[in-house]
Design a protein around this ligand. Structure first.
Ligand SMILES: Cc1ncc(COP(=O)(O)O)c(C=O)c1O
Length: 381
């Protein structure tokens, strides 16, 4: 067996999701706040476009030039950035964009810095491809994000750095000044940046900045999974610096051929339905407000100040040091499924939970009530 495969940690969200689904099959109620996916689907008109494409197009190997152009235009609209359509590489979700980028940029054995807590696949893909993840311990004092000072302190300098802003699991964003400072530190030390911008579009305050605004050499990955509510359609993209386009395309073609044809038709249509999608973001904003107001009253007071995404990362260290078992017990008693911080932080994660609030506002209110009753009963027991 490949020794690196053994280093890939289990995904606890999947285990909790399996228990939640089993419970549902037995006819018991469940509120799914354990997995990072919108409960809404793609815009209705985009699904209609999918039906038409199924009828009219052969669904062969195909890459949509129109979609690449539309995405290039998105960078002009959102960030005022000139991106050429040839720089847009369509992939099977951000996941495939990450695998491709990491495989192309770094030699085996290279060290790549990742924040902890952070999205587990970053660390695990590095392991799987024979690279060495260098975890940066990011606490509440830096809003769970890395800083330029942390990057400068790394000796020797790593080959790369993966940033996620807004982050999964915390939803916190890197402030603009820090993005600039990190870019400068990386440029000085020849550290290549991969910017995972999966949650752009789901923002509750000032707009998110793309890393491309500061470091045109960065590779940006993004996806239709979150803002566009298309998780199962498996479509994402990378914005690739011009000198890397050829090699990235060669890798993409050999590893994955093309992303799903039908999904490309649906995604192009979905891009014309911002009003419907922004409506979902407004629901997340309401859910976030409800939770931020209710959790402190339930004694959960240390919560990362989420600027975007649809997660709250909360310290429950005063209640448990085994948040996986705590989540299992909560699910068993109430049907409210949350995730353990252990997926995102193998050191401190046992003290943390992640709440995904991409559900309806009714479900959010019910979850708060059930959690409150359960905590009260545990206190009495
Ligand atoms: C930060 C981050 N990057 C990438 C992904 C993978 O997304 P996709 O469904 O596009 O593969 C996720 C999914 O949760 C994520 O949170």
């Amino acid at each position: 067996m490949n020794e690196a495969a053994g280093k890939v940690a289990p995904f606890y969200a999947v285990e909790l999701n399996r228990i939640a689904n089993e419970r549902q099959r037995r006819g018991l109620p469940v509120i799914h706040m354990e997995v990072g996916q919108p409960s809404a689907g793609a815009p209705a008109a985009a699904i209609e476009a999918g039906h038409r494409a199924l009828r009219d197009c052969p669904q062969g190997y195909w890459e949509s030039g129109a979609l690449a152009e539309r995405l290039a235009h998105l960078y002009r609209e959102r960030y005022g950035l000139p991106v050429d359509p040839s720089q847009i590489l369509l992939t099977m979700g951000a996941s495939a964009a990450l695998v491709l980028t990491i495989a192309v940029l770094f030699a085996r054995g290279a060290r790549v810095a990742v924040p902890r807590p952070g999205y587990p696949a970053h660390r695990n893909v590095l392991h799987a491809l024979g690279l060495v993840p260098l975890e940066l311990d990011c606490g509440s004092e830096t809003r769970f994000q890395p800083t330029a000072a942390m990057i400068r302190a790394l000796d020797p300098a790593p080959a790369g750095l993966i940033l996620t802003s807004p982050s999964n699991p915390t939803g916190t964003m890197l402030p603009e000044a820090e993005l600039r400072a990190i870019t400068a530190a990386c440029r000085e030390r020849d550290i290549r940046i991969i910017s995972d911008e999966t949650y752009h579009g789901i923002i509750y305050g000032p707009r998110a900045h793309s890393m491309l605004e500061y470091g045109p050499d960065a590779v940006v990955v993004n996806t239709f999974s979150k803002y566009w509510c298309m998780t199962g359609w498996r479509l994402g993209w990378a914005v690739v610096p011009a000198p890397l386009v050829d090699v990235m395309r060669r890798f993409a073609g050999n590893l994955f051929l093309v992303p799903p044809t039908l999904s490309q038709h649906v995604a192009l249509a979905a891009m014309d339905h911002a009003a419907e999608l922004d409506g979902h973001v407004a629901t997340y904003a309401t859910n976030r407000r409800l939770l931020m107001a209710a959790l402190p009253a339930l004694g959960i007071t240390h919560i990362a100040p989420a600027d975007g995404a649809f997660y709250l990362y909360a310290d429950v260290g005063h209640l448990t040091h085994d948040s996986l078992q705590w989540c299992r017990d909560l699910l068993d008693a109430t049907g409210v499924a949350l995730n353990t911080g252990k997926d995102f932080d193998s050191v401190h994660g046992g003290r943390f939970i992640r709440i995904s609030f991409a559900v309806s506002t009714d479900e959010t209110a019910q979850a708060i009530e059930s959690l409150g009753r359960w905590l009260e009963a545990r206190k009495r027991a």
